[in-house]
Design a protein around this ligand. Structure first.
Ligand code: CAA
Length: 378
């Protein structure tokens, strides 16, 4: 697919890093349920935590396409690493870049864009998942401080993050129009990281609860306008969904890579299984669906870069790429036969990793709601 010279260079750099540094350790990250710190440090060194942000904040100042390509290449061999970058950039850092005051940007962005510190995003709660407007966390003004009470659930980078951007109800009577967003630093009094959540896939990534017990933050940590947090977070999710589409695309491509390699190496009945039309047709279908998913992900990225509306297209690319990733991994396991069902080959991990792309940052059902609403309101 056509890429600019800058996008091709970035793609090659991330591909080399992923092949050399991540591929040998991806299974270990899955088993130990964490990513080695030196890998995160190397990624910070390469600028991977600040790809789409301006140089004045220590970003790399590249476009959304470059960001999507980077997440795709990382996820092709290690989806845990891909989601760590995606959650940091799209969910944890973008809200400050998009809605922050210049003081907030100067305070937080340089360390976040350089990767010296990580960021997270607290929207989901134990009782508010797909119904993101049902947030029960509250924020009450007390003098020059906000006091937060409640809990957040399934927060990527939760235990690693310096800052989390959280929604809380500031005016209960107004429903979704009474929700605001706040920046909470990890050492804020009354803030704690709850239990680490053990997951089916993306096990190397860090997923936790966040707990607010009379958590006090300065009044200037309100992010954006009072009571506009819900709309802000919906806009953030529009961007984040492109990165989950890119992650799903990368996992699917990685599973196809493994299936092609294995089908050429594995001999049965005196010949490589790749010489069987049954295998060839599976590979052809996998590659075709992946190409279609790539078009959707890159198209949404390019629309965002062009400043056009992309809410429907980001939902479409996440929906389609997520479902393709799961289907592709299942076929890759089938091609591997019994070995595909073991931990000796990466395709079983890839299937476990793929499933979350149909759930996180809005389930496939929520994407269908977003797409259908857009169709019916045009
Ligand atoms: N951009 C701007 N504004 C938007 C918007 C968007 N994309 N989507 C909605 N809005 C606005 C609407 O226009 C409306 O404002 P007005 O009344 O002024 O027009 C307001 O927001 C409320 O919108 P809805 O009536 O559509 O709200 P709803 O309650 O029906 O919810 C929803 C819509 C699409 C279902 C939404 O709740 C949703 O996306 N849910 C899924 C949440 C989700 O993806 N959660 C995963 C988060 S990831 C996480 O937290 C963990 C992690 O670390 C990965």
């Amino acid at each position: 697919m056509f890429l600019t010279e800058e996008q091709e260079l970035l793609q090659q750099m991330v591909r080399d890093f992923a092949q050399n540094e991540l591929k040998p350790r991806a299974a270990k990250f899955d088993q130990q349920e964490t990513i080695d710190k030196d890998v995160l440090d190397q990624m910070a060194e390469l600028g991977l935590f600040g790809i789409p942000f301006p140089e004045e904040y220590n970003g790399v100042e590249m476009d959304t396409m470059c960001y999507s390509i980077a997440v795709e290449e990382l996820s092709r061999v290690c989806a845990s690493t891909g989601i760590t970058v995606a959650a940091h950039i799209s969910l944890g850092t973008y809200p400050i870049y998009m809605f922050g005051t210049e003081e907030q940007k100067q305070k937080y962005l340089p360390k976040l864009c350089s990767g010296e510190e990580l960021a997270s995003f607290g929207l989901t709660e134990p009782n508010a998942g797909s119904d993101a407007g049902g947030t029960q966390t509250t924020a009450v003004k007390d003098g020059k401080e906000w006091v937060l009470n409640g809990a957040k659930m399934f927060i990527t980078n939760g235990g690693w993050a310096w800052t989390s951007i959280n929604t809380a109800m500031t005016d209960k009577d107004k429903g979704v129009k009474g929700i605001s967003a706040f920046i909470v630093e990890r050492d804020a009094p009354g803030f704690s990281v709850g239990k680490k959540i053990r997951k089916m896939g993306i096990r190397g990534s860090n997923t936790t609860e966040l707990i607010f017990e009379n958590c006090r933050i300065p009044e200037e940590n309100l992010l954006g306008k009072l009571n506009e947090g819900f709309k802000q977070f919906m806009q953030i999710l529009d961007g984040g969904r492109i990165s989950i589409g890119a992650m799903a695309l990368g996992i699917a491509q990685g599973a196809l890579d493994e299936a092609i390699r294995y089908s050429k190496e594995r001999n049965q009945f005196g010949k490589p299984i790749a010489s069987n039309q049954a295998i060839q047709f599976m590979l052809a279908d996998m590659a075709t669906e992946i190409e279609a998913a790539r078009h959707l992900v890159y198209n949404a990225s390019r629309l965002k870069d062009a400043g056009k509306s992309y809410s429907k297209q980001s939902a479409m690319c996440k929906l389609y790429a997520g479902e393709v990733a799961t289907r592709t991994c299942i076929k890759a396991i089938q091609i591997h036969g019994g070995y595909g069902y073991t931990q000796e080959y990466p395709v079983e991990r890839m299937l476990r990793d793929a499933k979350v792309t149909e759930i996180g940052e809005g389930t496939s059902e929520i994407q269908r709601i977003v797409i259908a609403r857009s169709l019916l309101s045009d």
